[in-house]
Design a protein around this ligand. Structure first.
Ligand SMILES: Nc1ncnc2c1ncn2[C@@H]1O[C@H](COP(=O)(O)OP(=O)(O)OP(=O)(O)O)[C@@H](O)[C@H]1O
Length: 256
């Protein structure tokens, strides 16, 4: 399988602190790849670099063979590379459904000019967007709270909504940053199921940062372990869990 994301020899330092250090990873198209590592290993920094939120010092990032090094996040969004955040950032004063309807980037209704010139087109687009939002909200199991203000949703429901927002665009790769944090087990099950379905039924590729090992074990193959800014080891979850280097990096020598 070809790589959809190809990170090549990336370096990044903050002041004198080398955070990403000759890091190369490949994410296979159609995979759910896990990215784990001890605190401060550089996982979020690497995510920020891939997603265009942070410039790298040297190296290269390719998306499906195209050089996207240091391209801005909004450009990558249009290319189908999306990132969800550690803290869901919904518009709290809009309903869940409206939050989904906000997403499409090329909505003619956003432009006053096109609304004035082509009101029919705007109406047509809005109907199509609403229809798609209703389908998405069904898919993520939030139909019953579609008219609830997003600010009133539970933490887990907000994360489901965040995942739903990626479905409103033609996402190809979604970077998930610690979405399990603070989510109860039932909703976590829903999240995992939805990620699996998006992967299976819609061909999404996922790159997942997660501290919750149960979630990594259930979802991810392969798993990449980052330590001190570069790849320590990559393999199946079983291979990772039994790797002495990984045990050492996580727990120190006492656990080995
Ligand atoms: N904007 C910044 N300025 C300076 N140092 C930073 C910045 N962002 C991250 N760092 C440092 O870079 C290192 C890696 O941080 P990063 O958040 O990428 O690690 P992580 O693997 O995601 O950690 P965690 O699992 O704890 O979230 C840390 O030492 C952190 O303090």
């Amino acid at each position: 399988m070809p790589s959809i994301i190809d990170v090549r020899h990336v370096y990044k330092a903050f002041g004198g602190l080398k955070v990403i250090n000759d890091c190369s990873i490949q994410v296979e198209k159609g995979s759910i790849t896990g990215l784990i590592g001890p605190n401060g290993a550089g996982k979020s920094t690497l995510f920020n670099i891939i997603a265009g939120a942070l410039p790298l010092d040297s190296g290269q990032v390719l998306l499906d063979g195209e050089d996207i090094t240091n391209r801005p996040a909004n450009e990558l969004f249009h290319k189908g590379l999306l990132r969800t955040f550690q803290i869901a950032h919904e518009f709290s004063q809009m309903t869940a459904l409206e939050n989904l309807m906000m997403v499409p980037p090329k909505q003619a209704g956003e432009s006053l000019f096109s609304a004035w010139l082509k009101p029919g087109l705007v109406n047509q687009q809005e109907t199509a967007v609403r229809q798609k939002a209703l389908e998405v909200i069904d898919f993520i199991g939030l139909h019953h709270v579609r008219n609830e203000l997003a600010g009133n949703l539970s933490g887990g429901q907000k994360k489901l909504l965040e995942l739903g927002r990626t479905m409103m665009t033609d996402a190809r790769v979604v970077l998930l940053d610690e979405i399990a944090a603070g989510v109860n087990r039932t909703l976590l099950g829903d999240l995992v199921e939805n990620i699996e379905r998006l992967n299976r039924e819609m061909g999404y590729t996922f790159l997942v940062i997660e501290h919750d090992m149960e979630m990594i074990a259930r979802l991810c193959d392969p798993v990449i372990v980052l330590a001190q800014g570069s790849v320590m080891v990559e393999g199946t979850i079983e291979e990772i869990q039994n790797n002495p280097q990984v045990i050492e990096a996580y727990f120190g020598s006492t656990a080995a």
